[in-house]
Design a binder for this molecule. Structure first.
Ligand code: ADP
Length: 159
């Protein structure tokens, strides 16, 4: 059985993330969504909120998707999950430089690992957690940016 890891902050989960998860499931049997607990960043949503939002968004995929919090190095999390495959999403060429650097740094720490880059549908390419947070802060409608199953919870956590 092939297990992949899809790591990120997911602050909060967007339609772009879910699209990458669906594509990832075509490549691996099981996908572990790793939600980063990064003490250097102050997220809008707490770790627990981000986990609950992601669990709700991933309900349709059943046991093929597992949501796990992690902190520290991605390569250590990969080993813990018994996986050598990292899935990352690319929105535009601007993501590429950073992603390439991360992939190469990770590989130097863990030579057996591979990073697989997937792209979303064009209509999701502009969606980011940052856009969602900006719209939320300004009282706008985020229903076109996040999974409909998470909308109510998202507003509850923020209002
Ligand atoms: P990070 O803080 O690690 O960049 P994010 O939660 O912002 O994490 O995103 C996790 C992953 O999903 C990253 O690989 C990012 O490039 C990808 N991603 C985010 N939004 C989209 C999108 N709209 N289309 C494709 N990939 C995306």
């Amino acid at each position: 059985m092939k297990t992949g890891v899809y790591p990120g902050s997911f602050d909060p989960v967007t339609l772009g993330h879910v699209d990458i998860i669906e594509r990832g499931l075509k490549i691996v049997d099981k996908l572990v969504v790793g939600i980063l607990n990064n003490s250097a960043k102050t997220p809008m949503f707490s770790l627990d909120e981000r986990i609950r939002l992601m669990k709700t968004a991933c309900e349709p995929y059943g046991e093929r998707v597992e949501i796990v919090a992690f902190s520290g190095l991605l390569v250590d999390f990969l080993k813990e999950q018994d996986s050598t495959k990292v899935i990352r999403g690319l929105r535009a060429v601007t993501d590429f430089e950073y992603e390439l650097q991360m992939a190469q740094a990770n590989r130097s720490l863990y030579p057996e690992m591979e990073t697989i880059f997937l792209t979303t549908r064009a209509e999701y390419a502009y969606i980011s957690s940052t856009v969602v947070k900006d719209v939320l802060r300004n009282g706008g409608d985020v229903s076109h940016f996040v999974p409909s199953s998470t909308l109510e919870m998202l507003y509850k956590f923020r209002r």
